[in-house]
Write a protein that binds this ligand. Structure first.
Ligand SMILES: Cc1cc2nc3c(=O)[nH]c(=O)nc-3n(C[C@H](O)[C@H](O)[C@H](O)COP(=O)(O)O)c2cc1C
Length: 385
């Protein structure tokens, strides 16, 4: 029997044969140049128009947090584990990262505690993301997260997975704003750190755009009034799941209406996307999800672009193979042979960009043991030397 989180990871994870960035239109797929006068000028121009890029200050009931980086790595069930996060931090040491979502009731029953209790290794800000429909369980889980060193506690009100939403958790809370607000209040009064919410524009798409934007604003205002200190808004409804384009204009309406920081999420896959999104939404920052799968450097690249620093170059094929080996070794050290199963999807996203990459990935996916997979990675690195 699959847990709801495993179900979520399977339902949300794309088929691991194609790099997520390869699914974007050709014009968005150009490699990110490290430098170059044109890019530099474009960046300066863009930055002049982004006055919202400043430190984020979040006040919890007794603890205040400050974020120097306006790019957030999104929680990704089945992906953003401790090992993945450590890779993201190599390029983005100051970014706020999130645990995979954790179910409060499961925590109460003793399952999934590792995800909350392993925070002591974390060298930068880490948000614990919780989901459930029971305010008391959420408050208890939040206390546990705070005791483990969470920088903040985030409440998931966007997960579209049927099994979760049907029980009233994740995006299911959009249909029950009173319960959603009780959960925010209950969590906010249980912990001293700031409480944030990650949500979507609504449950389903109203026929008129104005109504849709108005509904999104009304929903987000309720969360702000209940005590959320920051909102991340994925610019899609639950009905859309991951289809269609994220509606950044709707996020702009939410940003304009709220006093707390608003983070824009959805379809940000490059520094240029981030700049365009911030220009359109005037949001206080961006959160990046699928674009980081197989590309743990992306958050750092976007951060550099927004801070006016040179954008670190995208690792070439050999560096990617090396990263894949490191990730596999770390996963096997912590998870035993099961680590190979987890590593497969990461390796299929990372091992790209060289002649014969597709055949190589097919062979790699069939490697029956971690040692055999590591040997293949090593041989391919040597071939590319
Ligand atoms: C594999 C996968 C797992 C996800 N897991 C979570 C999660 O645990 N919590 C959450 O709030 N959102 C989760 N999401 C949604 C993303 O965080 C993000 O909101 C969404 O993908 C849109 O952003 P993007 O276009 O940058 O990917 C997940 C998405 C995917 C594809």
């Amino acid at each position: 029997m699959l847990s709801s989180i495993q179900a979520a990871a399977m339902e949300m994870a794309p088929v691991p044969t194609q790099h997520p960035q390869d699914q974007r239109p050709q014009e968005q797929r150009r490699p990110i140049a490290a430098n170059g006068p044109n890019r530099q000028m474009a960046k300066m121009h863009a930055l002049n128009q982004l006055p919202m890029i400043r430190d984020l200050q979040l006040r919890g009931s007794s603890i205040e947090r400050r974020l120097r980086c306006n790019v957030l790595q999104s929680p990704l069930a089945g992906v953003s584990d401790r090992i993945f996060r450590a890779l993201v931090r190599r390029w983005a040491p100051d970014a706020l990262l999130f645990t995979e979502m954790v179910n409060a009731t499961s925590l109460e029953l003793g399952h999934g505690r590792g995800k909350v209790e392993e925070l002591s290794d974390e060298i930068g800000p880490i948000g614990v993301q919780l989901f459930d429909h029971r305010p008391q369980a959420m408050a208890d889980a939040a206390r546990r997260a705070e005791d483990s060193g969470a920088f903040l506690v985030d409440i998931n009100m966007g997960c579209p997975v049927r099994k979760i939403a049907r029980k009233g958790g994740g995006s299911g809370l959009i249909r029950d704003p009173d319960l959603a607000c009780r959960i925010v209040e209950s969590v906010a009064s249980a912990v001293g750190v700031p409480v944030t919410v990650k949500t979507r524009l609504g449950w389903c798409n109203p026929p008129e755009i104005d109504t849709a934007h108005g509904a999104a604003v009304a929903w987000c205002r309720q969360l702000e009034n209940a005590g959320a200190r920051l909102l991340t808004v994925h610019g899609r409804t639950r009905e859309q799941r991951f289809s269609g384009a994220a509606d950044w204009e709707a996020i702009a309406s939410v940003k304009q209406a709220l006093s707390i920081p608003v983070i824009a999420n959805g379809d940000i896959n490059s520094p240029d996307d981030a700049v365009r999104c911030l220009e359109m939404t005037r949001a206080d920052g961006v959160m990046v999800g699928r674009g980081t799968m197989g590309a743990p450097w992306l958050v750092g690249q976007i951060d550099a672009a927004l801070s006016g620093r040179a954008i670190p170059s995208t690792p070439g094929p050999r560096e990617r193979l090396l990263l894949a080996s490191e990730q596999l070794q770390a996963l096997v050290e912590t998870r035993g042979d099961h680590g190979l199963l987890i590593a497969r999807k990461h390796m299929s996203w990372t091992c790209t960009g060289f002649t014969g990459a597709s055949q190589f990935r097919q062979k790699l996916m069939r490697a029956p043991t971690p040692d055999q997979a590591l040997t293949l990675l090593q041989q391919q690195q040597e071939q590319l030397a």
